[in-house]
Write a protein that binds this ligand. Structure first.
Ligand code: C2E
Ligand code: MG
Ligand code: MG
Ligand code: MG
Length: 275
């Protein structure tokens, strides 16, 4: 009787499994094979100094061309990859490919790579970063890891340990999407970081809404008093850039300066000759 009930429950569960859960399960299955099938590629988005207008580096953004589905947004597949564990192998591929690419760029340019909280919670990440730098010949100071505040809260002690060790190699750490996590100030107090990336949600109203502007100003002041540069994400208009310049923001990234895509080699070479 119990067996029949169990079967019925399972059957009910299978039927009741909503479209969404099924979609995620299939996506997880595909993600596990996507690296070896060569379905991933990288897009690069330029980061510029607001004062000089010079390129300082590029952030690498993962793209997945999923057979039968076309391009899937990382905002959609990264959470699934984190949930099923495929993020470790995928993250390794991203890091390796990005460092290989950046090793051929002229000296001052940095490559910024997003790192998931799942990766950060693994002690192997420390060796992975070290080995990747050795294998690709990229100087440590040219690599920046972007970590969100929420990535840190999972296993705080382990994440902290990894970040310290990686920083000790000379790699820099940026806090991504700053201001959207629920422990912003605590993060600032306890984690080693070299840059604050102001979340793009602050940009939408920075010109029109005094309250948004006041918050941006406060975060910039925070960066200033901690002697840490602040990069504004999601800059789409000249007006936003003007406000940011006036308020003393260090760097900017966004559609106004360049959409994620191929490296602009003219820009890289020109800037390195004039430097
Ligand atoms: P993120 O790291 O905060 O990356 C910035 C996102 O904002 C990118 O979305 C970028 O295309 C978008 N963006 C840039 N400028 C503008 C702008 O002016 N306006 C607007 N509306 N959007 C802009 P994307 O490429 O879809 O990536 C989304 C998120 O997925 C990333 O947010 C990051 O959290 C995650 N992600 C992407 N690649 C990787 C990766 O290799 N590893 C991990 N762990 N996460 C990744
Ligand atoms: Mg990022
Ligand atoms: Mg961000
Ligand atoms: Mg984001």
């Amino acid at each position: 009787r119990a067996k029949a009930e169990f079967d019925r429950t399972i059957c009910y569960y299978e039927q009741g499994m909503d479209e969404n859960a099924r979609y995620r399960r299939d996506m997880a299955r595909d993600l596990w094979c996507a690296v070896e099938r060569g379905e991933f590629y990288l897009a690069y988005q330029v980061q510029k100094s607001i004062d000089s207008g010079n390129t300082t580096g590029y952030e690498v953004l993962l793209r997945w061309n999923r057979p039968g589905h076309g391009n899937v947004s990382p905002a959609e597949f990264i959470p699934v990859a984190e949930e099923c564990g495929a993020i470790n192998a995928i993250g390794l591929w991203v890091l390796r490919s990005a460092c290989e690419e950046a090793a051929s760029w002229p000296e001052p340019y940095k490559i910024a790579v997003n790192v998931s909280g799942i990766q950060l919670a693994q002690v192997e990440l420390i060796d992975t970063v070290r080995n990747t730098l050795l294998a690709t010949g990229l100087a440590p100071h040219r690599l920046e890891l972007e970590v969100t505040e929420t990535a840190i809260i999972g296993d705080k002690q382990r994440a902290l340990h990894s970040l310290r060790q990686i920083k000790a190699m000379g790699v820099s750490i940026a806090i991504d999407d700053f201001g959207t996590g629920y422990s912003s100030l605590d993060t600032l107090r306890s984690f080693p970081f070299d840059k604050i990336k102001l979340d793009r949600s602050f940009m939408s109203e920075v010109e029109s809404n005094e309250q948004s502007k006041a918050i941006v100003r406060a975060i910039l002041a925070l960066g200033h008093s901690l002697s840490v540069p602040v990069l504004a994400e999601g800059v789409e208009t000249r007006e936003q850039l003007t406000v940011l310049r006036k308020e003393g923001c260090t760097e900017a990234q966004g559609f106004l300066l360049g959409r994620p895509g191929a490296i602009d080699w003219d820009d890289l070479l020109e800037a390195s000759f004039s430097a």
